[in-house]
Write a protein that binds this ligand. Sequence first.
Ligand SMILES: [Zn+2]
Length: 423
Amino acid sequence: MDGLSHRIDARRDELIALTQDLIRIPTLNPPGENYREICDYLRARLEPRGFDCQLIRAEGAPGDSDRYPRWNIVARREGTRPGECVHFNSHTDVVEVGHGWTRDPFGGEVEDDKIYGRGACDMKGGLAASILAAEAFLDEHPDFAGAVEISGTADEESGGYGGVAYLAEQGLFHPARVQHVIIPEPLNKDRICLGHRGGWWAEIETRGEIAHGSMPFLGDCAIRHMGAVLDAFEDKLFPALAARRTALPVVPEGARHATMNINAIHGGQPEQAPDFTGLPACCVPDRCTIQIDRRYLSEESFDEVRGEVVDLLEDLRSQRPKFDYALRDLNQITPSMTDRSAPIVTTTAEAMQDVLGKAPDYVASPGSYDQKHIDRIGRLKNCIAYGPGVLDLAHKPDEWIGITDMLDSAKVMGRVLEKLLLT
Ligand SMILES: [Zn+2]
């Protein structure tokens, strides 16, 4: 075994302790708790190892406030001579705990080869593995070209606007500064994720007219209008989406089709508190809203995706008496796909062959992650997701990360550094 792999194996206990420490800082998002604490922790870890650390608050980003400031850290260690910069980007936020846990979600319990906790898999285990890889590389090769960067960023789970998007706007992912990016999201240690589908989130509101519920003919029921919208989706839109298929290797298989989820529906009187004991008043509802989450393929364009829904709504307007609606865009995610011949892809594939003795599976992600911002705002096309962990465990109860998987992927990441920075 080579020197780097030896160093990584020798630090198994250190890797476990680091992962536990990260899990024990509950960085729940929303609302976005303890971002400063986790950045301070990372700075205290990386500064003594020669990293120059910048803490950057995404002031004015969605969700940023004095109560919940969006703190990010970018740590850079320069080499002894000019060269390229390899950047590892991990998000520090985790999603809500949810129900069904049998372990302490912020305890970092270790059993057999697993560490449990919210964020263990998505993606504090990946962050810890990348730190270990970088530190082992620096110890093994103090004389290297270029630079190693590690960032811990906020808000990936809520769109990344207070994290990578903000940093990209500040120029931190400009191709003149950073040449290679690995995002250690939990895509499994033997897979390279090239990118993700696009997305469009929108709210549709149907409008009616309020009246007394005993004389509905004097009003106009917004919920019945929404029923017509949902019927049109069932009859026309969903079958059309299911018939479209991407050539990209999206996993799981079902996500190779265009999809749409209806996230929420609200109409009529607001729900009362659970302890309310009164009866409802009799009103014809004059407003009904739904939120849709349309995930689209790189073969589709945003304008087509949006236009398809607008066409259905306009059809209803022309056919259905008194039908009126409003459409509000909430978020747009550009699909991102790194070329299979990009240097970070081919280098990681070679590193995987060296370390694991196998060629990677190439995949694309059904949901999105921060690659979209690095691609679109940063204009950096040389970015992949590669990291330990089983994607299906993300956001689930009793989430865990495998210790051996973290060590193996750290070896692959360290090998990538050797290939790119020992010139
Ligand atoms: Zn993630």
